[in-house]
Design a protein around this ligand. Structure first.
Ligand SMILES: Cc1cc2nc3c(=O)[nH]c(=O)nc-3n(C[C@H](O)[C@H](O)[C@H](O)COP(=O)(O)OP(=O)(O)OC[C@H]3O[C@@H](n4cnc5c(N)ncnc54)[C@H](O)[C@@H]3O)c2cc1C
Length: 413
């Protein structure tokens, strides 16, 4: 245990030390936020669920400075990573997905990274080591979140230190539930019951408009993939040692290999979700791109992940994002009013001028405002009449958010 049970207050309390909780702790740690993560299990992973790290996750690993460690997790660099579909370990091979060795992996055109295997038994410890490297982060295993109460200033949580067998109280400004499917936090918030008055609407509004639809979209694609993959294997002749059996196995194998490509490499799911409409994104009148869960065409449409382009060898546009807001300026237009407006609201904002016509064409506007999560918040050829209003909108304090926050309260009365 990295800190004794005397911890009584923190800025952020994270319940759950799976990959999401650990990544959040690392991200908060690099911002110097005092964070306590509690995980009810011991500090070891029984069996790995995840094997493949998706391309967007690799981009976040790059931001945390651990992408290289994830690439070099220990598997031989010259060993092919083929997957084979078989009827049993000693029986028929139906089809084979050819996957080059880690050593021949290169980044994709649309990203400085690419999806790649790194089993959770290696991935989670890399994340954990990264999180622990920040002095503001404390991680405690065998500590369970039992209950919590929210008030105007924060959250009071009751934990059980399972090793010591005693209960303790923690005061936190924020509690984040990263406690998986059977979540204590979600249960106690009654999140399934939308409009529950315990929910702080200023916190959930961007979730409802942004992450909830993104998760639903990814889950729907997974379900479709699962149905396709399982139905492809439903052929009676699959075990028959006859020419008809050979033909059936070839057909099934080809189908499985094709479906596997759709299941494991849906770049559109990883990179293509656009937060549109969203009360904290400002559209600029251009038509929204068509939704494509398989393919991906880079776009800086407001709400989209800001596209990747190389600024220099091994320096991507994505490397500019993550700390605060970033205003990309592709022409010599005034940016100071927006910088001043951000400063008056204590919103961190950096301005980067990019003198590259190809990247300017990709972003399709002279000014593009990118959020800390790498998604475009606004774009235009000149600053809007009120930069304060723009900053308020994208930081979640604008009129559109206020109107939407009022709506559920009104509905509940
Ligand atoms: C078979 C399988 C294969 C998968 N393969 C992949 C893959 O290849 N690639 C991929 O990206 N994803 C994959 N996934 C999905 C991936 O595993 C999940 O998306 C990921 O684990 C979710 O992480 P999490 O941190 O939100 O939750 P979890 O991993 O479920 O972690 C939640 C943690 O919270 C802890 N916890 C729960 N309640 C409490 C409490 N009250 N107090 C303290 N701690 C608590 C739990 O002990 C647990 O450690 C796979 C999933 C499965 C089931």
């Amino acid at each position: 245990m990295s800190r004794p049970a005397s911890v009584t207050d923190t800025q952020v309390l994270i319940a759950g030390g799976g990959p999401i909780g650990l990544a959040l702790a690392a991200d908060l740690g690099r911002r110097g936020v005092r964070t306590l993560l509690v995980e009810r299990n011991e500090n070891r992973i029984g069996s790995a669920k995840m094997l493949e790290v998706g391309v967007r996750t690799m981009e976040f690993c790059r931001q945390l400075g651990i992408a290289s460690r994830v690439r070099h997790w220990g598997f031989p660099f010259d060993w092919p990573l083929d997957s084979a579909f078989v009827t049993s370990m000693t029986d028929w091979e139906l089809g084979r997905v050819r996957t080059p060795a880690l050593g021949v992996y290169r980044s994709m055109d649309v990203s400085p990274e690419r999806g790649q295997p790194c089993p959770q038994t290696w991935f989670d410890p890399i994340l954990q080591e990264c999180a622990r490297s920040f002095p503001s982060v404390t991680i405690r295993h065998r500590v369970r979140l039992d209950s919590f109460m929210q008030d105007d200033a924060g959250v009071t949580a009751t934990l059980t230190d399972l090793a010591a067998g005693r209960s303790e109280t923690v005061r936190a400004d924020f509690l984040v539930g990263c406690d998986g499917f059977a979540s204590t936090v979600r249960d106690q918030l009654g999140i399934a019951v939308r409009g529950d008055p315990h929910i702080d609407w200023s916190m959930t509004i961007s979730y409802d408009y942004e992450r909830r639809p993104a998760s639903a979209r990814a889950a729907e694609v997974s379900l479709q993939n699962y149905r396709r993959l399982t139905s492809a294997a439903q052929r009676a002749e699959i075990l028959s040692p006859t020419p008809a059996g050979d033909a059936a196995r070839r057909a099934i194998g080809a189908g499985l290999v094709e479906e596997n490509e759709k299941s494991w490499h849906p770049v559109g799911v990883h990179l293509g979700h656009v937060y549109h409409p969203s009360p904290i994104v400002v559209p600029n009148g251009t038509p929204a791109p068509a939704d494509d869960t398989f393919g991906y065409v880079p776009t800086a449409f407001p709400g989209a992940r800001a596209p990747h382009a190389w600024l220099a060898p091994d320096k991507s546009t994505l490397d500019l994002f993550g700390d605060g807001f970033v205003l990309l300026a592709f022409a010599d237009v005034a940016t100071e009013p927006l910088a001043r407006a951000a400063a008056t609201r204590a919103v961190p904002l950096a301005v980067h001028r990019i003198d590259d016509p190809k990247i300017a064409a990709l972003y399709a506007a002279r000014l593009v405002l990118v959020r800390p999560d790498g998604h475009v918040a606004w774009r235009g050829d000149a600053l809007p009449p009120s930069c304060e209003a723009l900053i308020d909108t994208v930081r979640g304090a604008g009129a559109r958010v206020a109107a939407r926050r009022a709506a559920p309260a009104a509905a509940a009365t």
